[in-house]
Design a protein around this ligand. Structure first.
Ligand code: B1M
Length: 210
């Protein structure tokens, strides 16, 4: 099955193979959701488990991540609805001290798929940069991703800086990433927590629908 082949190639960090297989799956008109969930994300789950059990090391994970990003960028145009006008602007990034960007890239992709214009500030983004980015781009939503328990605290600073700059009530602050949950969101006074990229995009879209 091609999804297993994608998963396996990703686990081995074979970027070119992942690209070729994802392209083949696209050409065969297989569901983009399945390519993502059953191929790419399934592979990354196994990588995560092996990384946790010290069966894989940082460089292995890094090449797997590169292969994942190569695969996801191929399906990106299919997730985005062609010709859809922007329904709003989102400033997105991974918080200060955190370099994990795969989940963040997925959220970005899904939001673009819903018709948002997404300004990607990248990784290692400070609270100041998030808020200033939203002000400079006239964005209504800040979306923060964190994968480390040691970095998620920066999300509280985003809320704090937005309040200090007097723009808190103009912004929807969204948070997510593996260590984040609903009660953490509440504790820092952010607006929306979602466990995955698809629901992040759905919730974001709800904020602009009247
Ligand atoms: Co890192 N890493 N990592 N890592 N890494 C984790 C996160 C970890 C859980 C591994 C483990 O121990 N099992 C662990 C964190 C432990 C903790 O804090 N609780 C960890 C660690 C410890 C580290 C280092 C400290 C390791 C070291 O150096 N000793 C180091 C830190 C570097 C840094 O950031 N400063 C590090 C480094 C790396 C790599 C660079 C090698 C690489 C990242 C490459 C890259 O991103 N370009 C990497 C990877 C790949 C992982 C794992 C294996 C996979 C993460 C991933 O991309 N998952 C991860 C283990 C795991 O998760 N199984 C691990 C796939 C991705 C789609 O999921 O990002 O969770 P995720 O996104 C999900 C949801 O969380 C959600 O949507 C996505 C699904 O739809 N989501 C949002 C994410 N953001 C959202 C925002 C939203 C809403 C939903 O709204 C705004």
């Amino acid at each position: 099955m091609i999804f297993d082949d994608i998963s396996l190639a990703l686990q081995k960090g074979r970027k070119k193979d992942v690209e070729a297989l994802v392209q083949q799956a696209i050409d065969e008109k297989l569901s983009v959701k399945d390519i993502l969930n059953k191929g790419l994300l399934a592979g990354m789950d196994i990588v995560g488990e092996k990384f946790k059990n010290n069966e894989l090391y940082v460089p292995d994970v890094l090449v797997a991540a590169r292969a994942m990003n190569a695969g996801t960028s191929l399906i990106k145009p299919l997730l985005a609805e062609a010709g859809v006008e922007s329904i709003g602007k989102v400033v997105i990034g991974t918080v200060l001290g955190d370099l994990h960007d795969i989940g963040k890239n997925l959220v970005k992709m899904m939001m673009e798929g819903k018709g948002f214009e997404v300004i990607d500030l990248g990784v290692n983004v400070s609270a100041e940069q998030f808020v200033q980015g939203a002000i400079d781009n006239n964005a209504g939503i800040i979306a923060c991703s964190a994968l480390l328990t040691t970095t998620m605290g920066e999300m509280a600073n985003v809320v704090k800086v937005a309040t200090e700059k007097g723009v808190r009530d103009k912004l929807t602050i969204m948070v997510g990433g593996a260590p984040v949950n609903e009660s953490y969101k509440k504790s820092i006074g952010a607006d929306i927590y979602t466990p995955d990229a698809a629901s992040a995009a759905e919730q974001a879209a709800k904020t602009v629908k009247h």
